[in-house]
Design a protein around this ligand. Structure first.
Ligand code: HEM
Length: 507
C-alpha cells in the first residue's frame, strides 16, 4: 500500500479513538451527575477554548448572554475540574446554600508568590486565618464609623483631583486629559491616608505599574496550575522568576512604607477613629504577635493598596466612558447635581443619597463593565450539589459576572447603557454581583460605593467633557484579572466657570 494510504488510515484510527474518548468522558460526566460538559480534548480538556478576554470566551461556551444559556457547565482545565456558573440564580445558590463549602481558593502559582505563600486575604482559603483577616478589615477599616471618620480625607483628595485637572486642562494640548493615572493617584492617596495617615511621597507611577502588572499577571494562569507535573515548564519559561521579581518590588514598596511610618509615627496625636491602619496593626503586633507577624502585616497593607486602587479607578473610568458615549445621560446626571448641590460648593459624600440618577449611572456601569468580570476563582472544599448537579471537592468555581449582568432573560436590552432601569429596581433583589456574593464578598464595597460616585459627581460638576475632535471612545475591554479599558480614556476637559470659587469654598 502506498505510504499516503497508510497515513490516512492511521489518521482515521486516531481521530476515531479521540472521538470515542471524548464521548466516553461526556457519558462519564452524565453518569456522575455532574453538570453538562461541552466536547473536550484528551489531556487539554477545555483549555484550548479559553481565549482573551476570558469572560467573553466563557460566555460563548455557555451560550450566554442568550435566554437559553447553560447556567452550569462542567469544564476540565488540564488536570483541574471546574464549574462554570453563568446565571444569577445558580450563583446565588453557590454563595448562599453552599457558601461555606465554596469559599475555598484554588492553590495557584500566583498566590504562592503574590500572596506571601497564600497567607494574604485574597489568596488564602476559607478557615481561621481568613476569618481573622476579614475581622480586622471589618473592624479597623470598613466599619461605618471608620469610613465616616475618613470622609473629610476623601473629600480633600477629590478636591485635589479637581485642582490638578483644572491646571492640566489648561496646559494640555487641546485640553485632552488621560483620566486613568489621575484616578489611580486619587484612590491611591485615599488608601494611603487610611493606611499611613499621609498622602504618597514617592513615585505614584511606579506603584501604578506594579498594581497593573499584579492584575495582569494574576489573570494569566501558569502551566503548572493545570498540569502540576509540568511545573518545571513555568521555571523554564521564566514565569516563576517574573512572579518572584514582581513580588520583590511589591514587598520593597510596602516594607518602605511601614518602616517610614514606624520612624515618623504620630499615632498618639490621632483620635481613635482616625488612627492609621498601620498604627492599629502595630498595636495588634504587640498584643498578638503570633497572629500579626510581619508577613501578615505586609500582606494586609499590600492587599488594601492593590485590591482597592485599580478596581475603583477603573470603574470611574468606565463610567466616564459610558457617559461620553451617552451624552443624554451625562446631561441628566449633571443637571441633577446642579439642582441638588448647586455651583457654590463642591459636591460632598453626604449629597450622594440625594443624587438618584448618579447612583443609577454607577450601578449601570457596574452592570455593563464589572471590573471583576470573572469573580476570582473559588474552590469546593467538600462535595456538594449545585442546581441538582454533583460538584466534587477540589472543583474550581468560575462565576461569570459579566455574562450574568447581560442575561437576556433578566434584563431588557441587556447590552445597552440605560441608567434609568435602576430607578425602579429594588437594590436588594437586583440580580447583579459586581462585588461577589456571600462571605467572600468584597469587603471594600462600602468604600468603593462612596468614592466612585463622589469622584464621578465632582468630575461632572466641575468640568464639561467631550470626545476630542476626530476621535472615538474605544470601549474594547483589555485582559487581566480586572477588566480595564483596552485603550485608556482620553477626553477634552473644560473647566466650568465657577470651579475656582467652588475649590476655594471647599478648603
Ligand atoms: C468598584 C470597586 C470594586 C469592585 C468592583 C470590587 C470587586 C471585588 C470582587 C468581585 C471580589 C471577589 C469576591 C469573591 O472572591 O467572591 C473582591 C474581593 C476583594 N476586594 Fe474588592 N472590589 C472593589 C473595591 C475594593 C476596595 C476599595 C477594596 C479595599 C480597599 C477591596 C478589597 C477587596 C479584598 C480584600 C477582596 C478579597 C476578599 C476575600 O477574598 O475574602 N475591593 N472585590
Amino acid at each position: 500500500m502506498p505510504t499516503g494510504g497508510v497515513l490516512l488510515i492511521l489518521l482515521l484510527i486516531i481521530a476515531g479513538a479521540v472521538a470515542v474518548f471524548v464521548r466516553l468522558r461526556q457519558r462519564r460526566g452524565d453518569r456522575s451527575g455532574s453538570a453538562p460538559s461541552p466536547p473536550s480534548l484528551p489531556l487539554l480538556g477545555h483549555l484550548h477554548l479559553l481565549k482573551k478576554p476570558l469572560h467573553r470566551s466563557l460566555a460563548a461556551l455557555a451560550g450566554a448572554p442568550a435566554v437559553n444559556a447553560a447556567p452550569l457547565l462542567s469544564l476540565r482545565l488540564g488536570m483541574r475540574r471546574a464549574l462554570l456558573v453563568s446565571s444569577h440564580a445558580a450563583a446565588e445558590e453557590c454563595f448562599t446554600v453552599h457558601d461555606a463549602v465554596l469559599a475555598g481558593r484554588p492553590q495557584v502559582l500566583a498566590g504562592e508568590h503574590l500572596g506571601y505563600g497564600r497567607t494574604s486575604v485574597v489568596w488564602v482559603s476559607y478557615g481561621d486565618h481568613w476569618r481573622g483577616l476579614r475581622r480586622f478589615f471589618a473592624a479597623e477599616l470598613f466599619s461605618s464609623s471608620r469610613l465616616g471618620a475618613l470622609a473629610a480625607e476623601r473629600h480633600s483628595e477629590v478636591a485635589s483631583l479637581v485642582e490638578t485637572l483644572l491646571h492640566d486642562a489648561v496646559a494640555a494640548s487641546r485640553g485632552v486629559i488621560t483620566l486613568r493615572p489621575k484616578l489611580f493617584e486619587l484612590v491611591l492617596n485615599v488608601m494611603l491616608r487610611a493606611i499611613t495617615g499621609r498622602r504618597h511621597a514617592g513615585d505614584v507611577h511606579m506603584f501604578q505599574e506594579i498594581v497593573e502588572e499584579t492584575f495582569a499577571v494574576s489573570g494569566v494562569p501558569s502551566v503548572g496550575d493545570f498540569f502540576p507535573a509540568l511545573r518545571w515548564v513555568d521555571r523554564v519559561r521564566g514565569v516563576e522568576a517574573a512572579l518572584a521579581n514582581l513580588q520583590s518590588r511589591r514587598d520593597a514598596f510596602v516594607t518602605g512604607l511601614i518602616d517610614d511610618h514606624r520612624r515618623t509615627r504620630d499615632a498618639a496625636s490621632r483620635d481613635v477613629e482616625k488612627k492609621a491602619v498601620i498604627d492599629v496593626l502595630m498595636e495588634h503586633q504587640q498584643t498578638d504577635p503570633e497572629y500579626y507577624t510581619d508577613t501578615v502585616v505586609k500582606g494586609i497593607v499590600l492587599v488594601l493598596l492593590t485590591a482597592g486602587t485599580d478596581t475603583s479607578a477603573l470603574t470611574t473610568e468606565w463610567a466616564m466612558a459610558q457617559l461620553l458615549t451617552h451624552p443624554g445621560a451625562m446631561k441628566k446626571a449633571r443637571a441633577e447635581i446642579d439642582a441638588v448641590v448647586g455651583t457654590g460648593r463642591l459636591v460632598k459624600e453626604s449629597d450622594i443619597t440625594n443624587l438618584p440618577y448618579l447612583q443609577c449611572v454607577v450601578k449601570e456601569t457596574l452592570r455593563l463593565c464589572p471590573v471583576g468580570p470573572i469573580i476570582p476563582a473559588h474552590e469546593a472544599m467538600e462535595d456538594c450539589t449545585v442546581g441538582g448537579f454533583h460538584v466534587r471537592r477540589g472543583t474550581m468555581v468560575l462565576v461569570n459576572a459579566w455574562a450574568i449582568h447581560r442575561d437576556a432573560s433578566v434584563w431588557d436590552a441587556p447590552q445597552e447603557f440605560r441608567p434609568e432601569r435602576f430607578l425602579s429596581r429594588d437594590a436588594v433583589t437586583t440580580p447583579m454581583l459586581p462585588f461577589g456574593l456571600g462571605r467572600r464578598r468584597c469587603p471594600g464595597e462600602g468604600l468603593a460605593m462612596r468614592l466612585v460616585p463622589l469622584t464621578l459627581a465632582a468630575l461632572l460638576q466641575c468640568f464639561e467633557w467631550d470626545i476630542a475632535e476626530g476621535c472615538t471612545v474605544d470601549m474594547a475591554e483589555g485582559a487581566g484579572l480586572t477588566m480595564p479599558m483596552a485603550t485608556p480614556l482620553a477626553a477634552v476637559c473644560r473647566p466650568r466657570e465657577f470651579v475656582k470659587s467652588v475649590l476655594s469654598a471647599s478648603t
